[in-house]
Design a protein around this ligand. Structure first.
Ligand SMILES: Cc1ncc(COP(=O)(O)O)c(C=O)c1O
Length: 397
């Protein structure tokens, strides 16, 4: 079985996570048998159907909802797009949506597309700590005909949590269908979509130890969506032969969720150890995002390094096989500063410099003290080297 190179330090777990052993086992078991098409009525097809239905039940149990409310998708991106287009596209609700300025690019993209098609989309801002401006949300929702309120539960770049239940109550009062992107919250904090008063919730398998390319949208019974891919599969919400193997893995990952959650305190301890170490060993570091224990996921550390371009540091770390991220995974290939950090710190030269100098370290259940300490040994000389080069370049003697 392939295992990662022994010296690799993977601190990019908000981007993706290694396969959970329970997921690997469930997928290997399924690979060993003939998997039919779950839509076939014969025995072979029904074997696949049973496995998909078992996974659906596992996902539902982990969320505290009914199996008949789970729609499997290719990931959280598709779940987010189905939520947005599904609600705004069926013509019953108002063609208006309210969201935040710091959502995942998948939400920003579909919001921009719908705005081009004439939807009124309002983005609520955040404060300098990344917290949602609730009064602004309340004011926006008041008296408006909002079809959809869509917010992330936890931010992928900073780990800051949004008060989803409070926001959902405001949204429902205003008559909106309420969607939350649970992708970065699951496995880090307990989630309760029904209790929180949501109508729709997205999740992604590969952030939880399942394989990339599978996710789900929870659709509260009674909520009507217009299908992106019309057809008979997935409650009529998502046509196409199911990703049987991926779905089996997602079911196993969701069944293992309590085990993952039980590691949250230890993950937080290691993350805090990393932050303390960085503060003592590297000058000019500033943390991005609210650091109150109950307001963030506990696994994410977003740090701005003064006088450094985050992308340069990221590449230097990559050469040492140390994996981190500059901003969100999807925008890390570009040189644009993170929209999340710009929303927090503003577009002034200082705000942009802070965003440009940022790196995200994100931890998972299998990290160790030794790995954190190795990172703390390797990082300071790289920072010093890049700063030396930058300062030398700027002020030639
Ligand atoms: C908050 C959030 N939403 C959605 C996604 C997209 O998930 P997927 O990779 O399953 O499409 C991500 C992935 O980074 C995310 O962090």
């Amino acid at each position: 079985m392939p295992s990662p190179p022994p010296n690799r330090l993977d601190f990019d777990r908000n981007a993706t996570s290694p396969l959970d052993p329970a997921v690997r086992e469930a997928m290997l078991e399924a690979l060993a048998i003939d998997l039919g098409n779950p839509s076939s009525v014969h025995g072979l097809g029904q074997t696949a159907r049973r496995l998909v239905d078992r996974a659906r039940q596992q996902v539902a149990d982990a969320l505290g909802v009914a199996a008949g409310e789970i729609v499997f998708t290719s990931g959280a991106t598709e779940a987010n797009v189905l939520a947005w287009r599904g609600v705004l596209g069926h013509g019953k609700s108002g063609f208006a949506a309210v969201t935040s300025a710091v959502e995942h690019p998948s939400v920003r993209a579909v919001a921009a597309q719908l705005a081009e098609e004439g939807a009124a989309v309002t983005s609520i801002g955040v404060d300098a700590e990344g917290r949602l401006r609730l009064p602004e949300l309340a004011e926006t929702l008041q008296g408006s005909a909002t079809g959809l309120l869509s917010l992330m539960a936890a931010n992928n770049e900073t780990g800051v949590l949004f008060p989803v239940a409070t926001a959902a109550a405001l949204g429902r009062q205003a008559g909106a269908t309420v969607h939350a992107d649970l992708t970065q919250a699951l496995g880090k904090i307990p989630v309760a979509p029904k209790t929180w008063g949501l109508d729709l919730a997205s999740l992604s398998g590969h952030k939880l130890g399942a394989a990339p390319g599978v996710g789900a949208l929870w659709v509260r019974r009674g909520v009507r969506l217009r299908a992106l891919l019309p057809g008979h599969q997935e409650l009529g919400q998502r046509a196409g032969t199911e990703n049987v193997l991926g779905i089996i893995g997602l079911g196993a990952a969701m069944a293992a969720l309590p085990k993952r959650l039980a590691t949250a305190t230890e993950v937080r301890r290691l993350r805090d150890r990393l932050w303390s170490g960085l503060q003592t060993r590297v000058s000019g570091v500033r943390r991005n995002g609210d650091v109150s224990a109950d307001l963030e996921t506990g696994n994410t550390l977003n740090v701005s390094f003064a006088d450094i371009d985050g992308a340069t540091l990221l590449m230097a770390l990559d050469l040492e096989d140390i994996l981190v991220s500059a901003g969100s995974a999807c925008s890390s290939g570009s040189l644009e500063p993170s929209h999340v950090l710009l929303a927090m710190h503003g577009e002034s030269p200082e705000g942009r410099a802070r965003a440009r100098g940022a790196l995200r370290f994100s931890l998972g259940p299998d990290h160790t003290d030794a790995q954190v300490d190795r990172l703390l040994d390797l990082l300071p000389p790289l920072v010093a080297r890049i700063r030396g080069a930058t300062v030398g370049g700027r002020t030639p003697a």
